[in-house]
Design a protein around this ligand. Sequence first.
Ligand code: ATP
Ligand code: MG
Length: 498
Amino acid sequence: MAANRFPEGILFKLYLSYDSGLILSLTLDPCSRCPIFRRISQFCKQLFDDNQNNTETTQAGLSLEVVARKHHAISRKQISENAIKVLYRLHKAGFKAYLVGGGVRDILLGLEPKDFDVVTNATPEEIKKLFRNCRLVGRRFRLAHIVFGRDVIEVATLRGHHVDSGEKISKTNAEGRLLRDNVYGTIDEDAERRDFTVNALYYDISDFSIHSYGGGLQDLESRTLRLIGDPQKRYREDPVRMLRAVRFATKLGMSIDKGASEPIYELAPLLKDIPAARMYEEILKLFFNGQAQNNFTMMREFGLFEPLFPLIETLLKDDPKDPVAKMANAIMRNTDERVNAEKSVTPAFFYAAMLWYPLSQRADDIALESGLSLYDAFYAAMGDVMEQQCQTISIPRRFSTPAKDIWQLQLRFDRNQGTRAFKFIEHPKFRAAYDLLLLRAEAEGGNVAKSAAWWKSFVEGSEEQRSVIARSGSKGKGNRNRSNSRRRSPKKTSKPAE
Ligand code: ATP
Ligand code: MG
């Protein structure tokens, strides 16, 4: 850039512009002796500065770029009304308030954010005083939830680095995992503690600028997931970040940069130490977000599936004809189809289907070892398998109980003659059990496929057709002694609930 003095008070400058064109600009000289020129020049400078992106570096060496409102595409209209209310209330009370993370990232990507997270320099207690509809939650991270009916805006206090501040505030275990983390700090420190650069984007409600740390905006543009800080250390601090890498890569169509992907193979077993209750939530985010199939494949590639689903991984063979692999892929595909069609999905069915082959295997083993009937062994195996799975992912009872119902009902598909079939389709869990039968048929073929075909014609048949089909059913092994005289024709029939 070259600058030359022209008439008093006016500077002309030659710029080499961004796209390599030459620009001649005339500006007012701020050093001019004329006060009017000086004032106008200061005003212009302010305007000019307002239009420029400001780049700095944080103490820990993370770059910070502040992008003024005019240079980015986020408008308040794209942010939920409740999040805006929270941001303004904090701002008007004299606190700093930013929209952060996925909310900013997704708007910039043209996606609809799943939720809006707010961060502020107000402490949880100060937030509570400002909002009547506020609930303080969390121990590991103390957070404020501002509740608007079913909508909850999560407000966190800016986090600082966990120095020797005493166990009450922050705590790590022997592997470097953070157990408690309530040290408050500046926005720079908060950014240094976020996981990926694309998540370290802050929308400042005071001037509508975006603060982008570590090149987050550039990484967003090149669709790169880059961890902030030393990847080994960041994964050890919180191994769930490895699962987040997979989830964001598939959900946002991003590639995980080498620095963030390479350590995963070695560190994946650290997931075993994550509390099972937290894992339950993370698994829902991975498999119920419409990207189950891709997440499943990528988790297995990185070795992240085994520590969470050891019972399934030991049975999985890398053969596309393997029934266990076929079943797992079918569940993932099925769940994605339902989520993308906005149909309901339930963890009860998901876990019942995922764990079906570990259950069958365990039932066979128990029967062999103990001499119990296959039926009794099956019941014993249900408890064993569920308990073992809950050691890594705690499945709430409201889902594990119906999952066991779905398992038990598989035994009833063999006994389908006469009224039995009519009674069975009235069972509240019939539809889920039938859906699992169809997946098993797809995975195994053989007799299960024959049984599924029979049930399919029964389920889809008219009432008259059903009566004919029911006569061709089987009594099943468990009912060998029932006399024909006890068989009644059905009084009432109905199609199973969708
Ligand atoms: P989405 O809500 O779409 O799942 P998100 O990025 O908003 O994505 P959240 O779990 O809502 O994810 O977290 C909000 C923000 O908090 C993240 O963007 C990230 O900056 C930060 N964050 C969340 N979990 C972690 C973590 N385990 N380690 C570091 N930072 C995290
Ligand atoms: Mg979020």
